[in-house]
Ligand binder design. Structure first.
Ligand code: SAM
Ligand code: SF4
Length: 360
């Protein structure tokens, strides 16, 4: 049961939560009220654009944030006005305490939405407990509607489970169900309209995400697979004549609904970065670092602060430092990282072996 409602049930109206600490803002006046927490690096798939097939150096268990540390981060951030939590990974459903983490977040005063990004393989097993725990949104990643291509992209079987997950998420009435598609030229670009057609009968948002250069094999580098948001919106608009703009989240810059369709279509310019001005995201990596931007390489070692006996005020201070130093956009973040590392800007994301440390 969703927290604000739960608290008001049978007890009359509950006063809205007032954060006890000032909001988290940067020097440009932007407010950050949405945290994405990668709870694990491990994954049960090996998507080619994310992880190598073998030889991934996962951190030892003790190097990853423990449940009580994740809970503390949520509690402190909620007291700073954070309203939305997303659990991601790696594959968050591989972490044994994920339902308890969701419950904790749902019951934290001030948190209004708790979401999860999953590859959908284990979701059918967890769907009901997650719904009962109060999860408000689920993003299910699926890059193709064809079994053979699914195996090619993920290096594993399981498309049936992912399709089942989408159906279950809708049937169980999760308030927000989204399908994340990384659109790549030469891989799945020809499925753009087939994916859009999923929104005809299903009340889901299909989101096309630009391919970003955080892939272990650097297939991004070849330049052959990148499809820009501008390309994708062009194709959508020319296929669905008269398609209307719809409302979406801050990063769903291009969002549409085809006439008479149940769901929505969104395009996320994750690489071309026209969304930076609207960013409200705080990222916490599985090994407990704060990231003030997806393209930043500055380490803010939150886990160390907590494990060295830091107080909640120390945790708050590190978030303020990280966001006090945030750059205006992802291009500037990358430039700053290249100057510090004394390498070319184009070499910056190369150091990162995978999105599994960051969680997307
Ligand atoms: N395992 C879960 C999943 O796949 O949904 C959660 C973690 S995954 C890193 C989060 C999102 O990042 C997924 O939607 C995935 O498709 C996306 N992603 C991973 N690598 C990417 C890349 N190089 N470019 C764009 N999106 C990427
Ligand atoms: Fe695993 Fe998600 Fe990365 Fe695919 S995108 S390998 S499912 S973490």
């Amino acid at each position: 049961m969703f927290n604000e409602t739960a608290k008001s049930e049978g007890k009359g109206q509950v006063a809205p939560y007032v954060p006890t600490r000032p909001p988290l803002q940067d020097r440009f006046g932007r407010t950050f009220d949405y945290v994405r927490i990668a709870v694990i690096e491990q994954c049960n798939l090996r998507c080619t654009y994310c992880m190598p097939e073998e030889g991934v150096q996962f951190k030892e268990k003790d190097m990853v944030l423990r449940s009580n540390e994740i809970e503390r981060v949520i509690k402190v951030l909620a007291s700073m006005g954070v309203k939305k939590v997303r659990f991601t990974g790696g594959e968050p459903l591989v972490r044994p305490d994920i339902v308890d983490l969701v419950k904790y977040a749902v019951n934290t005063p001030g948190i209004k939405g708790v979401h999860l990004t999953t590859n959908g393989i284990l979701f059918p097993k967890f769907a009901e407990p997650l719904r009962k725990a109060g999860l408000t949104g689920v993003n299910i990643s699926l890059d193709t509607l064809h079994e053979d291509k699914f195996e090619q992209i993920t290096r594993r079987k399981g498309i049936g489970k992912v399709m089942e997950s989408i159906e279950m998420a809708v049937a169980l009435g999760f308030p927000r169900v989204k399908v994340n598609v990384v659109l790549m030229r030469g891989f799945n670009e020809n499925e753009l309209i087939d994916f859009c057609e999923l929104t005809k009968d299903k009340a889901v948002t299909v989101r096309f995400i630009e391919f970003m250069p955080f892939d272990a094999h650097q297939i991004w580098e070849s330049g052959q697979h990148f499809a820009s948001a501008a390309d994708l919106t062009g194709q959508i608009e020319s296929h669905y004549k008269g398609i209307k703009e719809a409302s979406g989240t801050r990063t769903e810059h291009h969002i549409y609904q085809a006439p008479g369709y149940a769901g929505k279509i969104a395009v996320i310019p994750a690489f071309t970065r026209s969304l930076c001005g609207n960013c409200s995201r705080i990222r916490v990596t599985a090994d407990g670092s704060i990231m003030n931007c997806l393209y930043s390489e500055e380490p803010y070692l939150l886990k160390d602060v907590m494990r060295k006996g830091g107080t909640d005020e120390d945790v708050e201070a590190l978030f303020r430092k990280a966001f006090g130093e945030k750059h205006i956009d992802g291009f500037e973040s990358k430039k700053a990282a290249s100057i510090k590392a004394k390498v070319n800007v184009s070499d910056i994301s190369r150091n990162r072996s995978s999105m599994t440390q960051i969680g997307g």
